[in-house]
Design a protein around this ligand. Structure first.
Ligand code: SF4
Length: 162
């Protein structure tokens, strides 16, 4: 079962475009200054099977939505279940663009099979001393916006410059 805190129909701050955002419940880190502390415990949120969650995401998406973001909490703390959700979504919506936020570094999770199904990974913990509100789609300068298909194709981390 997945633990989900909320699903937002429309957001412009969680990645490029008007995105449907799924907030995962639970994060193993406790970054100082975390933007969403109530999502840190794994006990809260609502439980979903992968099928239930995929169905609810699709129901929230309007015809103009071809983009979604998994945020949290940390979606990669539930990586195996996330993979099942994405496989269903990709079957139903083949051209879906998927961003995922994580407190892990790419180097720590690059072997996770789910990464092969994600378009963009915003990686790394929030570091208060590197906070920069002028940066698009991330809270601190250490976080990278990584184009995963290009990164896996070239073997070198490919950051998006936005
Ligand atoms: S990784 Fe993100 S959600 Fe987790 S504690 Fe850090 S800022 Fe909060």
């Amino acid at each position: 079962m997945l633990k989900i805190a909320d699903i937002l129909g429309e957001s412009v701050v969680d990645g490029k475009g008007l995105r449907t955002v799924i907030f995962f419940q639970g994060c193993p880190r406790h970054c100082e200054g975390c933007h969403n502390e109530k999502l840190l415990p794994f006990e809260g949120g609502k439980s979903y099977t992968p099928e239930m969650l995929a169905k609810e995401i699709i129901a929230k998406m309007t015809p103009i939505h071809k983009v979604i973001t998994f945020s949290g909490g940390d979606p990669l703390a539930q990586a195996a279940e996330l993979l099942q959700v994405i496989k269903i979504l990709r079957r139903e919506k083949p051209n879906l663009n998927i961003w995922t936020y994580t407190g892990y570094l790419f180097e720590e999770v690059q072997h996770y099979p789910v990464l092969k199904e994600i378009d963009v990974l915003v990686d790394g913990p929030f570091i208060l001393s590197q906070r920069d509100i002028s940066l698009p789609f991330r809270g601190s300068a250490n976080q990278r916006i990584i184009d995963l298909p290009k990164t896996f194709a070239t073997g070198v981390i490919q950051e998006l410059r936005l």
